[in-house]
Design a protein around this ligand. Structure first.
Ligand SMILES: [Zn+2]
Length: 206
Protein backbone atom coordinates (compact mmCIF):
# COMPACT_ATOMS: atom_id res chain seq x y z
CA UNK A 1 0.00 0.00 0.00
CA UNK A 2 1.40 3.39 -0.95
CA UNK A 3 1.66 6.26 1.51
CA UNK A 4 -0.92 8.14 -0.55
CA UNK A 5 -3.43 5.27 -0.32
CA UNK A 6 -2.78 5.03 3.41
CA UNK A 7 -3.46 8.78 3.77
CA UNK A 8 -6.75 8.47 1.92
CA UNK A 9 -7.69 5.46 4.03
CA UNK A 10 -7.06 7.34 7.24
CA UNK A 11 -9.02 10.36 5.95
CA UNK A 12 -11.97 8.18 5.02
CA UNK A 13 -11.86 6.43 8.36
CA UNK A 14 -11.82 9.77 10.19
CA UNK A 15 -14.70 11.05 8.06
CA UNK A 16 -16.68 7.91 8.89
CA UNK A 17 -16.06 8.27 12.62
CA UNK A 18 -16.99 11.96 12.48
CA UNK A 19 -20.12 11.13 10.49
CA UNK A 20 -21.15 8.48 13.01
CA UNK A 21 -20.55 10.93 15.88
CA UNK A 22 -22.67 13.67 14.26
CA UNK A 23 -25.29 11.07 13.45
CA UNK A 24 -25.33 9.93 17.04
CA UNK A 25 -25.72 13.51 18.23
CA UNK A 26 -28.58 14.14 15.81
CA UNK A 27 -30.50 10.92 16.10
CA UNK A 28 -29.80 9.38 19.45
CA UNK A 29 -32.13 10.57 22.20
CA UNK A 30 -31.11 12.92 24.95
CA UNK A 31 -28.00 11.29 26.35
CA UNK A 32 -25.24 12.70 24.12
CA UNK A 33 -26.66 16.21 24.16
CA UNK A 34 -27.05 16.07 27.89
CA UNK A 35 -23.42 15.04 28.07
CA UNK A 36 -22.47 18.00 25.90
CA UNK A 37 -24.47 20.38 28.05
CA UNK A 38 -22.73 19.01 31.12
CA UNK A 39 -19.36 19.55 29.50
CA UNK A 40 -20.28 23.14 28.69
CA UNK A 41 -21.32 23.68 32.28
CA UNK A 42 -18.04 22.29 33.58
CA UNK A 43 -16.11 24.51 31.20
CA UNK A 44 -17.77 27.68 32.55
CA UNK A 45 -15.62 29.69 34.98
CA UNK A 46 -16.05 28.70 38.63
CA UNK A 47 -17.69 31.30 40.89
CA UNK A 48 -15.32 33.35 43.01
CA UNK A 49 -14.85 32.06 46.56
CA UNK A 50 -16.66 34.49 48.86
CA UNK A 51 -16.58 33.83 52.60
CA UNK A 52 -13.21 32.12 52.80
CA UNK A 53 -11.42 35.13 51.38
CA UNK A 54 -12.15 37.49 54.27
CA UNK A 55 -12.03 36.74 58.01
CA UNK A 56 -15.35 36.13 59.68
CA UNK A 57 -16.84 38.86 61.86
CA UNK A 58 -20.47 38.39 62.86
CA UNK A 59 -22.87 41.27 62.31
CA UNK A 60 -24.63 40.64 65.62
CA UNK A 61 -22.47 40.23 68.70
CA UNK A 62 -23.18 38.50 71.99
CA UNK A 63 -23.17 40.53 75.17
CA UNK A 64 -20.11 40.01 77.36
CA UNK A 65 -21.09 37.26 79.82
CA UNK A 66 -18.62 38.38 82.51
CA UNK A 67 -19.24 41.71 84.19
CA UNK A 68 -16.56 44.34 83.74
CA UNK A 69 -14.54 42.55 81.04
CA UNK A 70 -13.88 44.51 77.84
CA UNK A 71 -14.20 42.82 74.45
CA UNK A 72 -10.67 43.99 73.65
CA UNK A 73 -9.31 42.07 76.65
CA UNK A 74 -10.36 38.69 75.24
CA UNK A 75 -7.95 36.30 73.62
CA UNK A 76 -8.89 33.43 71.35
CA UNK A 77 -8.14 30.05 72.90
CA UNK A 78 -10.33 27.94 70.63
CA UNK A 79 -8.48 24.80 69.61
CA UNK A 80 -5.78 25.07 72.28
CA UNK A 81 -4.59 21.63 73.37
CA UNK A 82 -6.08 20.36 76.63
CA UNK A 83 -5.39 17.19 78.66
CA UNK A 84 -1.90 16.84 77.13
CA UNK A 85 -3.29 17.20 73.63
CA UNK A 86 -5.97 14.55 74.02
CA UNK A 87 -8.67 17.09 73.20
CA UNK A 88 -8.98 20.62 71.87
CA UNK A 89 -10.45 23.56 73.73
CA UNK A 90 -13.95 24.41 72.48
CA UNK A 91 -14.89 27.79 73.86
CA UNK A 92 -13.51 31.09 75.08
CA UNK A 93 -11.98 31.34 78.54
CA UNK A 94 -12.71 34.70 80.14
CA UNK A 95 -10.45 35.42 83.12
CA UNK A 96 -11.99 37.27 86.05
CA UNK A 97 -11.80 37.40 89.85
CA UNK A 98 -13.76 34.81 91.81
CA UNK A 99 -17.46 35.61 92.27
CA UNK A 100 -17.59 38.13 89.41
CA UNK A 101 -21.14 38.26 88.03
CA UNK A 102 -21.88 36.01 85.04
CA UNK A 103 -24.67 37.41 82.89
CA UNK A 104 -26.72 36.10 79.96
CA UNK A 105 -24.91 36.74 76.67
CA UNK A 106 -28.22 36.70 74.78
CA UNK A 107 -31.90 36.16 75.47
CA UNK A 108 -32.94 32.55 75.96
CA UNK A 109 -34.27 29.80 78.16
CA UNK A 110 -32.34 27.92 80.82
CA UNK A 111 -32.30 24.43 79.31
CA UNK A 112 -30.16 22.62 81.88
CA UNK A 113 -28.35 23.23 85.13
CA UNK A 114 -25.70 20.56 85.16
CA UNK A 115 -22.69 19.48 87.15
CA UNK A 116 -19.94 17.64 85.28
CA UNK A 117 -16.36 16.59 86.01
CA UNK A 118 -15.02 18.84 83.24
CA UNK A 119 -17.31 21.85 83.44
CA UNK A 120 -18.06 21.80 87.16
CA UNK A 121 -21.15 23.88 87.86
CA UNK A 122 -22.61 24.75 84.44
CA UNK A 123 -25.57 26.35 82.67
CA UNK A 124 -26.93 25.46 79.24
CA UNK A 125 -29.02 28.32 77.88
CA UNK A 126 -30.88 27.97 74.58
CA UNK A 127 -31.86 30.71 72.14
CA UNK A 128 -35.61 31.21 71.72
CA UNK A 129 -35.54 29.55 68.26
CA UNK A 130 -33.47 26.66 69.69
CA UNK A 131 -30.67 27.27 67.16
CA UNK A 132 -27.92 28.15 69.65
CA UNK A 133 -26.75 26.94 73.03
CA UNK A 134 -24.80 29.27 75.31
CA UNK A 135 -22.73 27.31 77.78
CA UNK A 136 -21.37 28.76 81.01
CA UNK A 137 -18.91 26.57 82.95
CA UNK A 138 -16.65 26.48 86.04
CA UNK A 139 -19.20 28.58 87.96
CA UNK A 140 -18.87 29.10 91.71
CA UNK A 141 -22.66 28.93 91.90
CA UNK A 142 -25.97 29.97 90.40
CA UNK A 143 -27.87 33.20 90.79
CA UNK A 144 -30.55 32.90 93.50
CA UNK A 145 -33.65 31.15 92.15
CA UNK A 146 -32.17 30.27 88.76
CA UNK A 147 -34.03 27.24 87.40
CA UNK A 148 -34.52 25.16 84.27
CA UNK A 149 -37.23 26.53 81.98
CA UNK A 150 -36.59 30.07 83.14
CA UNK A 151 -36.63 32.77 80.47
CA UNK A 152 -33.71 35.15 80.65
CA UNK A 153 -32.93 38.41 78.93
CA UNK A 154 -29.52 39.66 77.85
CA UNK A 155 -27.59 40.75 80.92
CA UNK A 156 -29.66 38.87 83.49
CA UNK A 157 -27.57 37.51 86.37
CA UNK A 158 -26.99 33.76 85.91
CA UNK A 159 -24.21 32.94 88.35
CA UNK A 160 -20.70 33.71 89.51
CA UNK A 161 -17.19 33.07 88.20
CA UNK A 162 -15.54 30.12 89.91
CA UNK A 163 -12.95 27.39 89.45
CA UNK A 164 -15.15 24.28 89.57
CA UNK A 165 -14.65 21.25 87.33
CA UNK A 166 -11.27 20.96 85.64
CA UNK A 167 -10.54 24.71 85.69
CA UNK A 168 -7.76 24.12 88.21
CA UNK A 169 -7.92 25.36 91.79
CA UNK A 170 -7.70 29.15 91.88
CA UNK A 171 -7.76 29.49 88.09
CA UNK A 172 -10.92 31.57 88.17
CA UNK A 173 -12.52 32.09 84.78
CA UNK A 174 -15.71 31.61 82.85
CA UNK A 175 -15.55 29.00 80.13
CA UNK A 176 -18.07 30.23 77.55
CA UNK A 177 -19.15 27.77 74.87
CA UNK A 178 -21.30 28.29 71.79
CA UNK A 179 -23.07 25.43 70.02
CA UNK A 180 -25.15 25.42 66.83
CA UNK A 181 -28.16 23.07 66.95
CA UNK A 182 -31.29 22.20 65.10
CA UNK A 183 -34.46 22.92 67.08
CA UNK A 184 -35.01 19.16 67.47
CA UNK A 185 -31.66 18.47 69.10
CA UNK A 186 -31.16 18.15 72.85
CA UNK A 187 -29.13 20.49 75.05
CA UNK A 188 -26.25 17.99 74.99
CA UNK A 189 -26.09 17.85 71.16
CA UNK A 190 -25.06 20.13 68.30
CA UNK A 191 -21.86 21.45 66.73
CA UNK A 192 -19.47 23.60 68.71
CA UNK A 193 -18.59 26.97 67.16
CA UNK A 194 -15.78 29.35 68.15
CA UNK A 195 -17.56 32.02 70.22
CA UNK A 196 -14.58 34.37 70.06
CA UNK A 197 -15.68 36.50 67.06
CA UNK A 198 -19.16 36.85 68.62
CA UNK A 199 -17.67 38.06 71.90
CA UNK A 200 -14.66 40.06 70.74
CA UNK A 201 -16.16 41.58 67.60
CA UNK A 202 -13.04 40.76 65.62
CA UNK A 203 -11.90 37.72 63.64
CA UNK A 204 -10.53 34.63 65.33
CA UNK A 205 -6.76 34.66 65.74
CA UNK A 206 -6.32 31.52 63.67
ZN1 LIG B 1 -12.32 26.72 78.76
Amino acid sequence: MSLRALGIGVAVALALVFGLWVGALLFLPDAPRAALAETAKLAAPAPQPAASASPFVPTVLLAMPVEGVARAALSDNWGDPRDNGLRQHHGTDIMAPAMTAVRAAAPGIIAKLWNSAAGGTTIYERSPQRRWIYYYAHLAGYAPGLHEGQQVRTGDLLGYVGDTGNAGAGNYHLHFGLTRTTPEQGWWQGTDVDPFPYLAGRPADR
